[in-house]
Write a protein that binds this ligand. Structure first.
Ligand code: 5AD
Ligand code: SF4
Length: 471
């Protein structure tokens, strides 16, 4: 059953296509360049691919160099304070560039802009910013950009209500092998530290048919891997009221020809159903990797965080996953220094690390976000203590990651080759199904292929090896 009023109307998307044509026309053949910086998660990275898609249709080409750009755009993140501070730093530095080149258009968008106080601060302090828009009206970018170019006025357009799902927005993907596909927007969980539900709105799932169409096209265009994205991806379908589940979606995507690997993130432990565990186990294309944030090992802190599971429940869940899918590789997110976190609470976090033995963990210092319940909690933790705990966490996890990697020495692994490594032109890089990065000497013909590599050296974050054969 299709929900009413959930999609941006096709006429609206068509209108944006017209603006794309108008902006292109207005450039009169002159090449215009854009510089785009993205902060935050994969969802933001993927939103930036949509911005890039719209821009290239408007005749813009990308540049690394802000000095030669006609348009500079920041797609921002507000999950932690340091990401916000970086954006302010960049905006401050652009003041001089704008005064030297008044034609330059400076735009900011993304999660930060969904907070009223941020927009007010930018309006007041960074008057050289020309365009501000949010996460819910990304598809309207061509019209907004046209308005700035046409009137030379500052344009601010933030939608505070939840956006509708915009299908068929042009996308320019950076990679030719792997593609991100957003399957749902928003989050209903309201973890007490997290700003995401306030800036991304409530959960909205795309229809399976739309997702399948997108992945079909990716498969037909030579993409080999898709990562299905959602803030809380395994609650996919709950808002569709037709018994659609994330497991069902995986079954559909598994049928797409050309696609060889399917990944997804981020999963919430409370929504990890048996059906999903079996889907990972049974579907040949779904990779044996689960990103399952636990955030804290202390049941008391988990309650304060509104995570809806206890330490024991998390551990039981992980044991069930490991038993069902013996080759599963597990990764997680952890926050240290949540308000009121005691030494004992922190010991519980270390205990989960040691018991589960994650392949890797993303660890974050708790960052106070205005508007979230945790920001009003007493007993905020001193920075030095947070940092001390953070260091300890890294030390324990790094040694576990390295030990797990050691088990690969001398073994053969199947990897999907993604491209040339960032540091050396002869070295190619890819990932195992378990998401381990593997580097090896290769040639460009193997990009996009699944190859077997024999592992002969290990690092904390990656494996090094020799290619044995192409499949
Ligand atoms: N402070 C620190 N880390 C946070 N995260 C979310 N909100 C905060 C915050 N206020 C982390 C969580 C989440 C990841 C994407 O970011 O670990 O899983
Ligand atoms: Fe934030 Fe929790 Fe939603 Fe993740 S599940 S986006 S941490 S509120």
């Amino acid at each position: 059953m299709e929900r009413k009023n959930i999609h941006v109307l096709p006429e609206e998307i068509e209108k944006q296509r017209e603006y794309i044509g108008i902006v292109k026309e207005a450039s009169k053949g002159q090449i215009r360049k854009y510089h785009l910086s993205t902060f935050g998660c994969q969802m933001n990275e993927h939103d930036s691919e949509k911005l890039a898609g719209m821009l290239s249709n408007m005749g813009y080409i990308e540049t690394d160099n802000t000095k030669e750009a006609h348009l500079i755009i920041y797609n921002t993140c507000c999950v932690r304070e340091n990401a916000e501070l970086k954006v302010y730093g960049h905006l401050g530095a652009l003041k001089k560039l704008k005064s030297e080149n008044p034609e330059l258009v400076i735009a900011v968008c993304g999660c930060m802009m969904q907070q009223e106080e941020v927009v007010n601060h930018i309006k007041k302090t960074y008057r050289h910013v020309d365009l501000i828009f949010g996460t819910h009206n990304l598809h309207k970018f061509p019209e907004l950009l046209f308005s700035v170019l046409d009137t030379n006025n500052t344009v601010i357009d933030i939608w505070n209500t939840e956006g509708r799902i915009a299908e068929n927005v042009p996308v320019e993907r950076k990679d030719g092998v792997k593609a991100w596909v957003t399957v749902m927007y928003g989050c209903n969980n309201y973890c007490s530290y997290c700003i995401v539900p306030y800036v991304r709105g409530r959960e909205r799932s795309r229809l399976i048919v739309d997702i399948k169409n997108e992945v079909d096209i990716l498969g037909a265009n030579g993409f080999k891997e898709v990562t299905l994205l959602g803030q809380n991806v395994n609650s996919y379908g709950k808002d569709l009221q037709d018994n659609t589940t994330f497991a069902k979606l995986l079954y559909e995507i598994n049928k797409v020809s050309g696609i060889e690997r399917i990944r997804f993130m981020t999963s919430h432990p409370k929504d990890l159903s048996d059906d999903l565990i079996y889907a990972i186990r049974d579907l040949d294309k779904v990779c044996e990797h689960l990103h399952l944030p636990f955030q804290s090992g202390s049941t008391r802190i988990l309650r304060e965080m509104n995570r809806k599971y206890t330490k024991e429940e998390y551990l039981e869940l992980v044991y069930k996953v490991k038993e069902s899918i013996p080759r599963i590789s597990l990764t997680t997110d952890i926050i240290v220094g949540f308000p009121g976190e005691t030494k004992e609470d922190f010991e519980d976090t270390l205990d989960i690390l040691k018991k589960v033995r994650f392949d890797s963990a993303y660890t974050f210092l708790y960052s106070k976000r205005t508007g979230t319940p945790a920001s009003k909690m007493e007993n905020q933790i001193y920075e030095e203590i947070k940092k001390e705990r953070f260091e300890k966490l890294l030390e324990v996890q790094n040694s576990i990651s390295k030990e797990i990697n050691k088990e690969y020495l001398g073994k053969k692994v199947e990897i999907l080759v993604e491209g040339i490594s960032k540091t050396n032109d002869n070295i190619y890089t890819g990932r195992t199904r378990g998401n381990k990065i593997v580097n090896f000497e290769g040639n460009k013909d193997c990009i996009g292929e699944v190859v077997t590599v024999s592992i002969d050296e290990i690092r904390t974050w990656s494996l090094e090896g020799r290619i044995l054969k192409n499949h």
